[in-house]
Design a protein around this ligand. Structure first.
Ligand SMILES: C[S@@+](CC[C@H](N)C(=O)[O-])C[C@H]1O[C@@H](n2cnc3c(N)ncnc32)[C@H](O)[C@@H]1O
Length: 301
């Protein structure tokens, strides 16, 4: 079981709103509490059930303010005047709003070379096979792309430019995946990158694009960006992977969901393949599937 400690979810506004919410015992009237829309415990329970079914995300009670704030935007955009109406409409339609609903409720915090030690371990793992061996890697919660690009930079630095290296980068959130595929970042968001990385792997924007950088095509061409829902049993992979990154996403899942996802990752990893997980994630209860090989790094049995 994982510690559900990743509170990186809430923006400052959401946290402020949560503090205000804490004084509002349960039932939640509208304007009296400065809210634009009526928001009840029943609405929250309905959102909890829907996002759990769709994405496996386990929203706990402390997320009232976050959910209210993020979904209020959806009400405005779809022209609904209450959560009750919006959720009723969502449940009876099979349209694109489901994707927007999921996008609104995912938490996408990430960074280049986040949890640096993983990239050192990845590099030594990549060095372990004879030169020229093919590599297939899956980054399964890719968010806005910083993680998959960090993996590919590590591969190019370790294996050289012409190595047969392929990365699949996926996420459930269509919006972050589009950002990842675009590969454009603000300069100030590049903490974690060395000047040498910047020089070798990024193009600096000029004129109207100054302050932005674009990932070089040599990195982008090694990555296939696709939508994959970790909790669905329809993963589109025919070939097994040598390495899977599944970092800082399972903390949002409950224990049975984590176990099902781990069993599926086990099926798509080669024996001896490596699984990298997030800093708050610990799968010691699944030692029948994976053996701990380092800090939050597992080997498939
Ligand atoms: C906190 S980010 C972690 C990003 C990156 N792995 C890292 O560690 O920096 C979690 C990501 O998991 C994605 N996610 C949440 N539920 C998912 C699911 N059921 N299937 C696939 N991705 C999911 C979210 O959209 C989000 O981009």
């Amino acid at each position: 079981m994982l510690r559900n400690s990743e509170t990186e979810t809430a923006t400052r506004a959401e946290r402020g709103s949560a503090l205000r919410g804490a004084t509002e015992s349960g039932a939640t009237g509208p304007l009296a509490q400065g809210r634009e829309f009526v928001w009840t415990d029943a609405d929250f329970s309905r959102v909890q059930a829907l996002i759990y079914q769709r994405a496996g995300i386990n929203l706990h009670e402390g997320k009232h303010a976050m959910v209210y704030s993020r979904l209020s935007r959806r009400l405005r955009e779809t022209g609904h005047t209450s959560f009750h109406d919006y959720l009723g409409w969502l449940e009876t339609h099979d349209g694109t709003e489901w994707q927007e609903f999921v996008n609104a409720l995912t938490t996408n915090l990430t960074a280049f070379f986040r949890e640096q030690h993983h990239f050192e371990i990845l590099a030594s793992h990549l060095r372990a096979k004879p030169a020229g061996s093919p590599w297939r890697v899956w980054c399964s919660a890719a968010s806005t792309g910083e993680e998959p690009y960090s993996i590919v930079m590590t591969a190019l630095e370790t294996l050289g430019a012409n190595a047969p290296f392929k990365l699949v980068a996926s996420d459930i959130d269509s919006r972050v995946l589009a950002t990842a595929a675009q590969g454009v970042y603000r300069l100030e968001a590049l903490k974690g990158l060395t000047p040498a990385h910047l020089q070798r792997f990024f193009l600096r924007g000029k004129g109207g694009n100054s302050g932005l950088v674009r990932v070089k095509p040599e990195l982008v061409k090694l990555i296939e960006f696709i939508s994959v829902n970790l909790i669905r049993d329809d993963w589109p992979f025919r070939e097994p992977f040598d390495v899977v990154f599944c970092r800082n996403v399972m903390i949002y899942f409950d224990a049975p969901t984590q176990r099902r996802v781990l069993e599926r990752i086990h099926r798509v990893l080669k024996p001896g393949g490596m699984l990298f997980v997030g800093h708050a994630e610990n799968f010691s209860e699944s030692r029948d599937l994976f053996t701990l090989r380092g800090k939050t790094v597992y080997e498939r049995r």
